[in-house]
Design a protein around this ligand. Structure first.
Ligand SMILES: Cc1ncc(COP(=O)(O)O)c(C=O)c1O
Length: 308
């Protein structure tokens, strides 16, 4: 079976259907206000990668918006399992799993009554078909004029259902001809890409910004994997003016893993170029991460989602 035989499948509060047929109420606060939290993970050989960490982050996002999730973690995992099985996923074809908890259905009123029952929407589909060129050569990124929401306005650690800030940023970057964006904060410091964390090699050090961005689980795993392999990584403030001196750049996320960046367009249109396919450090970190995934999958084989 190949990826094409996975049916994009949805599960809304336990009701499973092809994703194309799934419908949500117009009175749902996720639809009305983006009042929801969500996570995305992928499987490797059927094993959900970093599933506990994704649930921890989901619960943290919910806490940050004062949302009490009505469904238990065990219930959600069981519904994810049922949805994965209904999608037709089997050995040899891994899946993308997105699960979203909306504040639920209620009157049109900004204030979220604590009595609302949260709703769970799960989507299982084939992994994103990244163009192999994005790994073989790398993606292009641009710095847009849109700034990342300040932490004290909308904490980027709320992985919520409103991505307009990031949508505006990537839309501007695409208009500039780039694949993705590197968003700055109001002080000119790098935060993150549209939906991944961004890393640079600067003065020979592997660095990524520690604040102003979503604490990516791939970022965390990379720090851990690199430390175990003897490669030093650091979280530090990175100003746009330093980027002309960067020698390598890559992004990290659950679905992209480690994806090299081949150029960055700064705000004044200066282009900074990086080695095609990633420099030596980027390639090393990619292979360290691959080994980390293999070890993780071996240790967590009991979590496999494809089996009964
Ligand atoms: C805004 C943003 N930053 C970073 C990331 C990377 O996080 P992770 O490595 O957990 O996928 C994501 C992933 O969805 C994201 O949406």
């Amino acid at each position: 079976m190949d990826a094409a035989s996975i049916t994009a499948t949805a599960n809304i509060d336990g009701v499973i259907s092809p994703a194309a047929d799934a419908k949500i109420s117009v009175m749902d606060r996720g639809f009305l206000y983006g009042d929801s939290v969500y996570e995305v993970f992928r499987t490797y050989n059927g094993v959900p990668f970093l599933m506990d960490e994704h649930f921890d982050r989901l619960e943290n996002s919910a806490t940050l918006i004062s949302m009490t999730i009505s469904q238990s973690r065990d219930q959600l995992i069981e519904e994810i399992r049922r949805t994965v099985r209904a999608s037709g996923a089997d050995d040899g074809n891994d899946v993308y799993v997105r699960y979203q908890i909306t504040r639920g259905e209620g009157p049109i009123d900004l204030y979220p009554s604590p009595d609302l029952k949260t709703r769970c929407v799960i989507i299982v589909k084939a992994l994103p078909p990244w163009d192999p060129k994005l790994y073989a050569v790398g993606m292009t990124v641009a710095v847009p004029s849109v700034r990342r929401n300040p932490i004290d306005a909308l904490d980027p650690n709320i992985k919520g259902g409103n991505y307009l800030n990031n949508i505006l940023a990537i839309t501007e970057a695409r208009k500039l001809g780039a694949d993705d964006c590197v968003i700055l904060n109001h002080q000119g410091f790098v935060t993150e890409a549209a939906n991944s964390n961004v890393w640079f090699v600067l003065d020979g050090k592997v660095v990524t910004p520690g604040s102003g961005n979503l604490r990516g689980l791939t970022k965390n795993a990379l720090h851990k994997a690199c430390a175990a392999a003897g490669v030093q990584t650091e979280e530090t403030a990175i100003h746009i003016d330093q980027l002309v001196d960067a020698t390598e750049c890559f992004v990290s996320s659950a679905t992209r893993e480690v994806m090299p960046v081949k150029s960055i367009r700064l705000e004044d249109a200066t282009m900074v170029h990086f080695p095609a396919g990633g420099g030596e450090m980027t390639r090393r970190i990619r292979s360290i991460f691959t080994e980390f995934i293999t070890a993780y999958v071996g240790e967590h084989s009991a979590d496999r989602l494809f089996s009964e």
